[in-house]
Design a protein around this ligand. Structure first.
Ligand SMILES: [Zn+2]
Length: 448
């Protein structure tokens, strides 16, 4: 099949997407038209296209993909790119043993030559999983981050990346601990200058102090000022694990709780994404709400590492901005669809245990969480996250035969049934193509 590599193009397919003002777009015989700037100029029923001004030639030339489904690309709000080669390893180990055995060696070795080799494959793997926007942690080395960004630039994915900052633990014994803070800030500032907003905003920077356990109060404060001064994002981890929470309380005795550590640093706000937030108190939840801080929900990681089960219903009922993160390699799989599956099961488990107070999401609501809500958490919901006219064409095409229980079984007509299959029977090869701004990404279909 001759899939379009670049805009402009038109595709006739089944369409499934959340809509910005609520509800779901479902068109069994739909059409998307992408202009030469990579924007959606028509989204809807193929039979309405001519009435809406689509030329008969464009309609006739549209690539026929039915019964494939075209959807918005997924948004991964939390992943660690250098850890990807060890995804799925170390189940059942305690956190510190897992980090020592499987994670720190990879991060330590992720220098520029390693990044040049691995990052292109990593971006392809994101695209193969159906992710077209990713907010990720890189390594600690400046040159490694440049290589990671160059790979994203060449690949075409929409990427927000940050150099990990930490001054309590170091990977590089040649750096004098006394200068780590200053050096890490200077490196981050140079990376922001080179990459934040590159390719008309497709590439962006996130100032990335790893988490309170590995950062001094000064590092947290200075990194937050750097993000505020440059308009970059600020990302870190919060309240993932009971042991970690106790350690943060020991390291920051002046703080009221974990969220307060970041609050005192000036880190909360609408351009901040905190990963996990599994065990928030009511006060912490209220501060995240007041400050407009967003949360990356990573249920697959939280169960892989036995961290806990986030009270998603309670947070959503309160109005917290939440999207989904794979947290690879704490999570074993890059696929946001598989993250939805684990999240769904986890919410059912809370219900069974009688501890879920809020509503349990439907399959279509999970799809929204993984796409439009993720875009909203990044402040990009006017640009991506749904199939709507005027947005940029960040699309994926899925072959539903991969999720059918029997060979030759027809795809489900009902959109909720289709979403349920994509979540509970997601298949590593079901995403057959992905585009960002109408430019096709390498990765999907490369293995089968
Ligand atoms: Zn993480």
């Amino acid at each position: 099949m001759d899939l379009p590599n670049a805009a402009p193009f038109a595709i006739r397919a089944r369409l499934l997407s959340p809509l910005a003002d609520g509800g779901t777009l479902h068109e069994p015989d739909g059409l998307v038209v992408v202009d030469d700037a990579g924007r959606l100029t028509f989204v809807g029923s193929a039979s309405d296209a001519e009435m809406a001004g689509v030329s008969p030639q464009v309609l006739a030339d549209a690539l026929a993909l039915r019964p494939w489904v075209v959807m918005p690309g997924m948004v991964d709000l939390h992943a660690h790119l250098p850890q990807l080669p060890n995804a799925g390893l170390g189940a059942g180990l305690d956190l510190l043993t897992w980090l020592d055995r499987y994670i720190f060696p990879l991060e330590r070795a992720f220098d520029a030559p390693t990044a040049e080799r691995v990052a292109p494959l990593a971006w392809q793997a994101f695209a193969a999983a159906g992710t077209t926007t990713a907010l990720v942690y890189g390594a600690v080395y400046e040159a490694s981050l440049d290589a990671t960004f160059r790979a994203a630039k060449a690949h075409g994915i929409r990427a927000i990346v940050g150099k990990v900052m930490m001054d309590r633990i170091t990977y590089d014994p040649t750096i004098d601990p006394a200068v780590i803070l200053e050096r890490s800030l200077a490196e981050s500032a140079r990376l922001i200058e080179r990459w934040h907003g590159a390719d008309e905003g497709r590439l962006r920077y996130a100032v990335t102090p790893r988490f309170a356990v590995s950062c001094s109060a000064e590092m947290l404060r200075e990194s937050a000022s750097l993000a505020a001064a440059t308009g970059a994002y600020w990302q870190t981890h919060v309240s993932e694990d009971r042991g970690e929470i106790a350690e943060v309380a020991r390291l920051f005795p002046e703080a009221r709780d974990y969220v307060d550590v970041y609050d005192r640093a000036g880190g909360l706000g609408a351009r901040t994404v905190l990963a996990h937030a599994v065990h928030l108190s009511d006060r912490e939840l209220a501060r995240l709400l007041e400050s407009g801080t967003r949360v990356a929900h990573c249920p697959a990681s939280n169960l892989f590492l036995a961290s806990g089960v986030m009270p998603l219903g309670r947070y959503l009922e309160a109005g917290l901005g939440v999207g989904l993160g794979s947290d690879v390699a704490g999570g074993p799989d890059l696929s946001i669809f598989s993250v939805m599956r684990v999240g769904f099961y986890a919410q059912h488990a809370r219900q069974v245990a009688g501890v879920e107070s809020g509503p349990v999401l439907t399959p279509l609501e999970w799809l929204r969480l993984g796409s439009l809500d993720g875009a909203r958490a990044l402040g990009l919901d006017d640009v991506i996250g749904s199939l709507e006219v005027g947005k940029e064409a960040d699309l994926i095409a899925i072959d539903p035969s991969f999720v059918a229980p029997l060979a030759g079984q027809a795809a489900d007509d009902d959109p909720t049934d289709l979403a349920s299959r994509l979540i509970f029977r997601s298949h590593p090869d079901m995403v057959r193509a992905a585009w960002v701004r109408g430019r096709r990404l390498e990765g999907p279909g490369s293995r089968g």
